[in-house]
Design a protein around this ligand. Structure first.
Ligand code: HEC
Length: 435
């Protein structure tokens, strides 16, 4: 069973497809663009470096790539590109886009002569559906009204609730968030609000609102206190959700989707109207995927000023058996390192993922080998923060940093995905927090 999950996860990922190729061949002596370089760009770079995606320039044609050749050599040698922050100490991940040494050597060797070669050597172009990294969605749900983003200042978290209009239950095999203006979206969380949920009932539908715009204090409080199931989390560079065969997210009939948008300003006013694309499972899955979180929002924060390695920890116990699939750590500008650990009965810890955190790159990390965890398993998340002047992103090392939504405040949320039997509800999976 586990092996099957792993196999289908591999097939979903480009990194996995690469792992199936023959092992180390030497880099070609005089590489050409079409024969040697383009396949690497297609597999490792074009997810972001193609028109309409997050990278500033496409790397699709010879003409586009040629003038970047030297910089490409520098960024692949220094491992700045493709972006990936999992410490090689721990774990293997199916969405790891890292280049192999031989591929780095090929790109580096090509940077000097920049030979185009013969276009007939080119691999077939990958099929990208317009705008999406998942196949053409079966359903696209868009925030009904666009949100105006000012030129400067903070933008409070903005919510928009929209009905799915699903007359029957739906299983979601893949999903992707697609902002209309990526440059403003720091991150987005899309929640599933089933018809029996009381969460944010009374808040407006089909129109943007913020917590402070709500008159009812109880409702205002609810905006931050969600227990609803998560459809997906998005940040620039994060990959879409694609669950292996037999696993899917569940959206009950007549649910709403709640978009929680964190916008940041960049000197120019604009607007955004984000969509989510859904690919339905072809048949009902045997496993349901749930996104849980290990979060610490009261103890240990504020972070004192001028500290360069401040540690915040949280524990939780898994109440039922589950298969661990993936991680998505979330911190803000002072974030330095994030770790997920299993704590054994003997208090020995095993690190499942260590991320050398970069605020500008919030990625998901999918286990190459999903891991069956027994009920009672203790999970630990640890975050380290650098609130000193060594941290180039730090807006103010001389002040304590409090918990909060804005990027100059801090957060500590370790999202993770598990698969459980299809009939199990999220209610059975509240992680008990231990100090
Ligand atoms: C997850 C998305 C993503 C992937 C995958 C990715 N890039 Fe990038 N790349 C970006 C973004 C965004 C920028 C601009 C911001 C920055 O420089 O960090 C960038 C910048 C660059 C730059 C310019 C750096 C500079 O200093 O101006 C080069 C060159 C580059 N990428 C090459 C590559 C190559 C080669 C690959 C594949 C081996 C790759 N990238 C994969 C998103 C990506």
């Amino acid at each position: 069973m586990l092996r099957e999950f792993a196999a289908s996860l591999l097939m979903l990922s480009l990194a996995g497809a690469l792992a199936l190729r023959s092992p180390q061949q030497p880099a070609p002596a005089s590489p050409t663009f079409y024969r040697d370089v383009l396949p690497i760009l297609q597999q490792h770079c074009q997810r972001c470096h193609r028109p309409g995606e997050i990278a500033p320039m496409p790397l699709v044609t010879y003409a586009q790539t040629k003038s970047w050749a030297r910089l490409i050599r520098d960024v692949v040698r220094s491992k700045r590109m493709p972006p990936w922050f999992a410490d090689p100490c721990c774990g293997h991940f199916s969405d790891d886009p890292s280049l192999r040494d031989q591929e780095i050597a090929t790109l580096s060797a090509w940077a000097d002569a920049r030979e185009p070669g013969d276009p007939r050597d080119a691999p077939p172009p990958p099929h990208w559906s317009e705008g999406w990294n998942i196949p053409q969605p079966d359903r696209t749900i868009t925030m009904p009204k666009s949100v105006a983003i000012p030129a400067d200042g903070d933008v409070e978290y903005t919510y928009e609730i929209v009905s799915t209009e699903f007359a029957e239950d739906k299983w979601i095999q893949m999903s992707e968030v697609l902002p209309s203006s990526r440059q403003y979206v720091h991150h987005a969380v899309v929640y599933i609000r089933p018809p029996d949920s009381k969460w944010l009932r009374g808040a407006p539908l089909n129109t943007p609102f913020t917590a402070s715009s709500l008159k009812d204090p109880a409702l205002r409080h609810q905006a931050h206190e969600t227990t609803s199931d998560l459809l997906l989390v998005y940040a620039p560079g994060s990959s879409p959700d694609q669950w292996p065969d037999g696993m899917a997210k569940f959206i009950p009939a007549h649910s709403d989707l709640v978009f929680q948008m964190h916008y940041t300003t960049n000197g120019q006013a604009g607007e955004d109207q984000t969509s989510v694309g859904l690919v339905f499972a072809k048949r009902p899955p045997s496993q349901r995927v749930l996104t849980l979180q290990l979060a610490n929002d009261h103890d240990q924060i504020p972070i004192p000023p001028n500290t360069d390695n401040y540690r915040v920890e949280v524990h939780g116990t898994l109440p039922n058996d589950a298969t661990l699939l993936s991680f998505f750590p979330h911190m803000h500008l002072r974030g330095k390192r994030f770790e997920y650990n299993l704590v054994g009965p003997d208090h020995k810890t095993e690190t499942l993922l260590r991320v050398n955190y970069d605020f500008y790159w919030q990625l998901s990390y999918r286990l190459a080998q999903p891991r069956l965890l027994k009920a009672g398993t203790e999970l630990q998340a640890i975050a380290w923060y650098d609130n000193s002047s060594n941290n180039a992103h730090n807006p103010d090392p001389n002040s304590p940093v409090t918990w909060g939504d804005q990027t100059y405040n801090e957060m500590m949320v370790g999202f993770f995905d598990i698969a459980v039997p299809a009939n199990v509800d999220k209610q059975h999976f509240f992680i008990r927090r231990a100090p």
